[in-house]
Write a protein that binds this ligand. Structure first.
Ligand SMILES: C[S@@+](CC[C@H](N)C(=O)[O-])C[C@H]1O[C@@H](n2cnc3c(N)ncnc32)[C@H](O)[C@@H]1O
Length: 267
């Protein structure tokens, strides 16, 4: 796909992609997103720091992968473009990197043109698809990526929007099952392990507004990597995963970041 897209945007309820954009200081959000964002901040004023820490994890993980020789990336739950985007991070190290982005929110589709400005020797593509339909994602990805060669699948701050009833663990297994040995899985995920009270309140508020938040424990997070080899340092709070590969986010050390991040390799 190319160019700017005209799509129907539902501004009657908050959307995760637009709330996240608001936390990051972006302009692609609506009053309903800001309102819910402010309610989240009232529960925990560190939410914008968490969003930046998460984004910085994605940058470092992508740098690490490109440094390991990975040249193909499949990023599901991409979000509204925020520079640098994954392809920019990867292609700075490896100009020939090929990147497929995917999100189910039409607002991301509307801004996808910014995700498609890559290097001439690499490639980027955008798919409008839902992670709960992994076969549609694999079919679209195949048009740009060679699934016989290693791929890094990133599901960054995505899976806590997918419930167990919707098969969160199975869909990760399905996506990884079609990728060859040497592929990697990159995940960050929110948890209630550190701040149970605030997390419960946030989950309830979001549920009332129609947004699923499936917070998971460390053990439930670890299950996404079943059958894979976690790379050093294993499961960490996101800002403590290879901090040497990027700049610290201001405020990241001032309290708990209630999330986990990890990267694993398919043997
Ligand atoms: C918090 S944002 C994270 C954006 C980006 N991955 C990052 O970490 O900077 C979560 C994204 O997941 C997308 N998302 C939520 N549920 C999804 C689903 N079922 N399928 C595909 N994308 C989904 C949202 O639209 C949103 O863009």
């Amino acid at each position: 796909m190319t160019g700017q897209h005209h799509v129907e945007i539902d501004t009657s309820r908050p959307h995760p992609a637009r709330m996240y954009d608001w936390y990051l200081g972006g302009k692609d959000n609506y009053p309903v997103d800001e309102e819910m964002g402010r309610q989240m901040l009232a529960l925990d004023p560190r939410v914008p720091v968490m969003a930046r820490v998460n984004r910085a994890f994605m940058h470092r993980a992508t740098r690490w992968l490109a440094g390991q020789g990975v040249r193909q990336f499949l990023d599901v739950g991409t979000g509204i473009p925020t520079e640098p985007n994954l392809h920019q991070v990867a292609q700075r190290i490896a100009p020939d990197a090929r990147v497929v982005y995917c999100d189910n929110d039409p607002i991301v589709l509307a801004h996808a043109a910014a995700l498609l400005r890559g290097t001439p020797e690499g490639a980027t593509e955008y798919l409008q698809a839902d992670v709960r339909d992994p076969d549609a994602i694999l079919e679209g990805a195949r048009k740009v990526l060679d699934l016989a060669r290693p791929v890094a699948l990133s599901l960054v701050a995505l899976l806590h929007f997918v419930s167990d009833e919707d098969g969160a663990h199975d869909l990760v297994g399905r996506l990884m099952s079609e990728l060859p040995s040497g592929s990697h899985l990159v995940v960050t995920h929110a948890t209630a392990d550190f701040t149970p009270e605030e997390s419960r309140a946030a989950t309830e508020k979001l549920k009332a507004a129609g947004v699923t938040l499936a917070l998971r424990s460390r053990e439930q997070f670890a299950r996404f990597f079943d059958g894979l080899d976690l790379v050093e340092p294993g499961i960490e709070v996101p800002h403590q995963w290879h901090p040497e590969l990027g700049e610290p986010v201001p405020g990241q050390e001032d309290g708990i970041i209630p999330g986990y991040g990890a990267v694993a390799r398919k043997p």
